[in-house]
Design a protein around this ligand. Structure first.
Ligand SMILES: C[S@@+](CC[C@H](N)C(=O)[O-])C[C@H]1O[C@@H](n2cnc3c(N)ncnc32)[C@H](O)[C@@H]1O
Length: 303
């Protein structure tokens, strides 16, 4: 059995073969999307058939190493989302609980099509009925529109479960009143609005800690073992460690392993996750946002 509490450098397929059957509670995988992204070692331009066969092979290993009540979350782009969902369900026997859309900003701006502003997060389980889903964890729940927008006293004080479109950085909204801009391919009309202060950003493929926080909290309990075959900068393992879960990773690149290992060494169990836990509630309203101030400064008068 591969030793937990560390990142193993090498090919995930070879390394997963050293993981015992039925030993992992949660696998989170954010593989290369086969879109020509520049990694330091991996070549992200594979022949279609080869890429799909490879994904099916490592997902088969994921199925094998998961406990009978284990969970598999897969992050994937549009290009292969449909094929990988079919492979996971029909070929490998996973059951789909949710197809989450993660909305993000600052994607590549397109001129002759709608700009990409989302990724897919598939929530698969091995057993249709027996799996961990901590729906009552207060850190998972979000304020309802009833509480947030309408100030309705009937709102459940414990909040509600998030919808299956996840907006983790609404403070990045570019449109003043409606959040999503119309030229993007995820369209959303919200009453929660504003020009939000920027916070620390993530670059390259580094995922936001709050996104992993939601996944790890809902799908595991403290002490459970979380495995990330494509560790990258180490976000999954960092969040698992902060939340008191056991962790294990594999990563092809020696440089990324060194960087991510340092990141893990620098954090401790119980540390806060990066990014605001409740970005919508903590965001300023439109009237308190920056735009109004800018107008005041330009014109020297109040509106
Ligand atoms: C999309 S990134 C993962 C980013 C990660 N979720 C994070 O938050 O930083 C994919 C990673 O998979 C690694 N990789 C590619 N092929 C691999 C393989 N066969 N085995 C292990 N890692 C691999 C790449 O080096 C890259 O770091």
């Amino acid at each position: 059995m591969l030793k937990s509490g560390k990142i193993h450098q090498g090919d995930c397929l070879k390394l997963m073969k050293k993981i015992d059957d039925g030993s992992i509670d949660l696998v989170f995988a954010d593989p290369p999307f086969n879109i020509g992204y520049e990694y330091d070692e991996y070549d992200d331009r594979q022949d279609d058939e080869k890429y799909l066969a490879w994904c099916t092979e490592w997902m088969q290993q994921v199925h094998r190493i998961l406990k009978p009540n284990g969970t598999f979350w897969l992050a994937i782009g549009d290009e292969y989302a449909a094929e990988l969902k079919v492979a996971a369900q029909r070929k490998l026997g996973f059951h789909t609980r949710s197809w989450v859309i993660w909305y993000y900003t600052f994607g590549v701006n397109c001129k002759n099509k709608f700009s990409r502003s989302h990724a897919h997060l598939f929530h698969f389980v091995k057993d249709e009925k027996d799996f961990t889903f901590n729906a009552d964890d207060p850190a998972i729940r979000v304020p309802s529109a009833r509480a947030l927008v309408y100030g309705d006293k009937r709102a459940n004080p414990k909040g509600r479960l998030p919808d299956d479109t996840w907006i983790l950085r609404p403070q990045d909204f570019q449109s003043d009143a409606y959040g999503f801009t119309p030229e993007q391919d995820t369209w959303f009309f919200s009453r929660v609005a504003g020009t939000f202060k920027e916070r620390q950003g993530f670059h390259g493929c580094q995922m936001p800690e709050q996104l992993l926080g939601r996944i790890i909290r809902v799908s595991t309990d403290e002490g459970d073992l979380v495995f990330d075959p494509f560790t990258g900068s180490g976000t999954t393992l960092a969040v698992a460690k902060k939340l008191g879960r056991e962790f294990l990773g594999s990563e092809l690149s020696k440089e990324y392993v060194d960087y991510a290992a340092e990141r893990l060494d620098d954090i401790h169990v119980g540390a806060q996750l990066d990014g605001p836990a409740d970005p919508i509630a903590s965001a300023p309203s439109t009237s308190n946002g920056r735009r109004l101030q800018a107008k005041q400064e330009t014109n020297g008068q109040l509106f």
